[in-house]
Design a protein around this ligand. Structure first.
Ligand code: PLP
Length: 391
């Protein structure tokens, strides 16, 4: 199948780099690199409805993925997750349309599978053999699983209080696991040191250009499932922000190819009140976020004190006329119970945070009862039994 990958581009300076050699951040500006595609050519050659005839996983968007040769795809069947109408919650809150996109059904139990399938596929295509990642938990398990499948060596660094399931799944898949007495930012420092010492390639969130391409497929899927249009509001639990910026990138690509119009959902960032660097920067009108001190929340995936893609997240929120909001751990647990009892989904605490945020914004009138809203449940609650038990 033809692929339209063209080059990498610095999101801050516009400088261009090759997509056929390994890259991290853009070398001069130290900012995020995005893969770019020949969208004019793609527009002329892809019928967007043809995706409906392909297997329901994220690789059905292969033409717009960063892999040149289909044989290099490393997949466990990620993506193609259901967008479920939350009818009981609609009735409870008197709203017209509420969806939950359930990323918990992905391989390794979270949406991290999308990003790591893309990143490991590209690493494999580029001939890299040893990968490393700092992780709040889920990314480590995903990287380990895809590396196992591709036959690559995998190093993972995570906080020692990360969920047990994340540690076990990484070990099961043969990763070299180092537990760090600290947060993901401390794990990141150690991972980067080890990368230099041992010649490992660093696939940290947005420091590597291809994870975001896996995450962007959530944006393509939402549009495809709605017949090439988008909801009014998307609520996203934000740590490093790859998902929110990935979907934002997808919307831009789809518009350039004429698949959707210019109408965008309001992009809503939800963070925990014990770790809310993006919310603080949003409220202070800043484009770059100061690191959060003493970060703490049971939603380990959003316990991210600083994000290298802060400016991309904040740009998406502001350009979409969205907003950024915090929720407490108690509100997260309460919302986990609510999603379980009303919709039968055991959401990850990060996913439940989106319902907690949604309820607040409804009360404040920032989201209205007629807004078609989508909550991203980014993972399964099964993985958090030791750290965030809702019952
Ligand atoms: C379940 C879950 N939700 C949300 C996030 C945050 O994702 P992002 O880095 O895209 O903001 C993570 C990251 O670890 C996660 O594991």
């Amino acid at each position: 199948m033809k692929n339209f990958l063209s080059h990498l581009q610095c999101t801050e300076t516009g400088e261009i780099f090759s997509a056929d050699e390994p890259h991290g951040l853009s070398p001069n500006a130290q900012k995020v690199l995005y893969p770019r595609y020949d969208l004019e050519a793609a527009k002329g050659s892809i019928d967007p409805y043809s995706f409906l005839n392909r297997p329901r996983n994220m690789w059905r968007f292969f033409e717009l993925m960063p892999i040149r040769n289909e044989e290099n795809i490393v997949s466990l069947g990620e993506g193609g997750t259901p967008m479920l109408r939350a009818k009981k919650l609609e009735r409870k809150y008197g709203v017209r349309t509420l969806y939950i996109k359930d990323e918990g059904v992905n391989p390794t139990g979270s949406f991290k599978a999308r990003g790591l399938s893309a990143a490991v596929s590209k690493a494999y295509e580029l001939g890299l053999t040893k990968l490393t990642v700092p992780s709040a938990g889920n990314a480590a398990g995903s990287l380990a699983s895809y590396c196992a499948r591709a036959g690559l060596e995998c190093y993972v660094f995570m906080p020692n209080d990360a969920p047990e399931a994340n540690k076990k799944e990484a070990l099961l898949a043969g990763a070299k696991l180092t537990l760090v007495d600290g947060l993901i930012s401390d794990a990141g420092k150690l991972s980067r040191e080890k990368a230099i010492e041992l010649g490992l390639f660093d696939v940290s969130t947005l420091r590597e250009p291809y994870r975001v391409e896996g995450k962007k497929t959530m944006g393509y899927e939402i549009a495809l499932d709605l017949g090439w249009r988008l909801p009014d509001v998307i609520v996203y639990p934000t740590g490093g922000g790859t998902g929110i910026v990935g979907m934002w990138k997808a919307f831009d690509e789809m518009e350039q190819m004429g698949w959707i119009n210019e109408k965008r959902p309001k992009m809503i960032v939800v963070q925990a009140n014990g770790c809310a660097p993006i919310v603080r920067a949003y409220n202070e009108g800043k484009r770059f976020a100061e690191p959060w001190e003493n970060a703490s929340t049971i939603a380990s995936g959003i316990r991210v004190p600083s994000a290298v893609g802060d400016y991309l997240i904040l740009d998406a929120v502001r350009e979409s006329q969205g907003t950024a909001i915090t929720v407490s751990d108690d509100e997260i647990l309460e919302s986990t119970r609510e999603i379980g009892i009303s919709e039968g989904i055991w959401a990850a605490p990060e996913g439940a945070a989106t319902l907690a945020g949604y309820k607040k914004l409804l009360r404040q009138g920032i989201i209205t009862s007629t807004d078609e809203t989508l909550l991203m449940n980014t993972g399964t609650g099964y993985k958090y039994m030791d750290v965030a038990m809702p019952v």
